[in-house]
Design a protein around this ligand. Sequence first.
Ligand code: SDX
Length: 425
Amino acid sequence: MTKRSAKLSVDGKAVIELPIHEGSLGYDVIDIGRLGGNGLFTYDPGFSSTAACQSDITYIDGENGVLLHRGYPIEVLAEKSDYLEVCYLLFEGNLPTADQKVDFERTIRYHTMVNRSIELFISGFRYDAHPMAMLCGLVGAMSSFYHDSLDITDQQQRTISAHRLIAKMPTMAAMCHKHYIGQPYVYPDNSLSYAENFLHMMFGTPCEEYEVHPALTKAMDRIFLLHADHEQNASTSTVRLAGSSGANPFACIAAGIAALWGPAHGGANEAVLNMLNEIGDEKNIPKYLKRAKDKQDPFRLMGFGHRVYKNHDPRATVMRESCDEVLSVLGLENDPLFKLAKKLEQIALEDDYFVEKKLYPNVDFYSGIILKAIGIPVEMFTVIFATGRTVGWISHWNEMISNPYRIGRPRQLYTGAKTREFPEV
Ligand code: SDX
């Protein structure tokens, strides 16, 4: 098949022919690697049109609202799979056989405990430290406990680190919550499933038995699943860039957690709940939509819009269905925030501004309502996102390190001072 290429001319002069690489789905890419040698860089702040890597893990079609994990549509995985099975799929590349699934679940359960020193580490945080601040510190500190799995050139050690991260995130997340509310830690109970164990550590106490409601376990597992991975988003790109320097996997995931924290990214779920509480009543929706459209007003409709999706975020659709299920099981069908959110979505999607700019609800719009119904406090929302996304981060990190890679080092358009003399005194 003939090799495709793009021919670039500058000021009417032919400059260079650039090869085009074709993927299995989605956009092809123009390889600009040779451009630098011709005295030119490309310029794409925000990377709207830039593919920073090649990946087999997740595919997003923003125009048609498609999300595939290793080729499986997110809607199918949400209905037929569970979080740990999707973890195996993302990291290993294929769905596990029945035996592989049992073995993987056993491995993850084996790693759920954390070193007792982590408790001392957490006790150093202020009582009201934001759980994301604690989680960021804890995950970065993990490299100081696991010296036996830091050789990133050894696939077996990369896999053990991945298992440790997937297994220990719920334990550490629950510990951050317990520290925040001043309650004793609840150790993992390995007779429970992943999501059940997390809710048990979050809401159980040493004083009495704690039964997790099966509907809440299913909703929690689905929340983790829907957040598992999302191609080269800001936090995943941060993990890849950190990993490209050869940093250890725990440091890379800590960098991803830091990037996720921002309200434009994973911090949006917390911001959506705060926004809905601020709007308070349907009669206030027009006032807030007006603010969202006012360029002079920094207010944005949190949970709306996406860099890639210019159609419905398929995760938001599944999340809204889960909202309905959880709230009806809990007898909260008339939850005022859920009713307000549905009304806000309906009005926004009928508004020319949102229609023209193709701003739809994203994964964060409904997740907060489910988390609130489960009993998760709002300051823990982004911690939940980070817990679910850890498998995506570590799968992308492993994919990069398993193949030839170079340190990521973008260039710039320099607009500063030209060389000038230091003033004689
Ligand atoms: C996540 O990348 C991923 O995959 C992320 C994620 C994942 O799983 O990893 O999907 C998770 O981060 C979801 C997004 C959560 N963030 C929010 O809900 C915060 C609110 N949304 C916006 O901040 C915004 O939509 C972003 C950050 C999500 C996307 O920003 P872009 O792609 O840079 O788009 P933009 O800011 O250039 O907006 C384009 C236009 C602008 O108007 P104009 O300047 O063209 O006139 O749309 C407007 C924006 O003002 N706009 C909004 C808006 N989002 C965009 N106006 C009002 N409310 C909004 N929410």
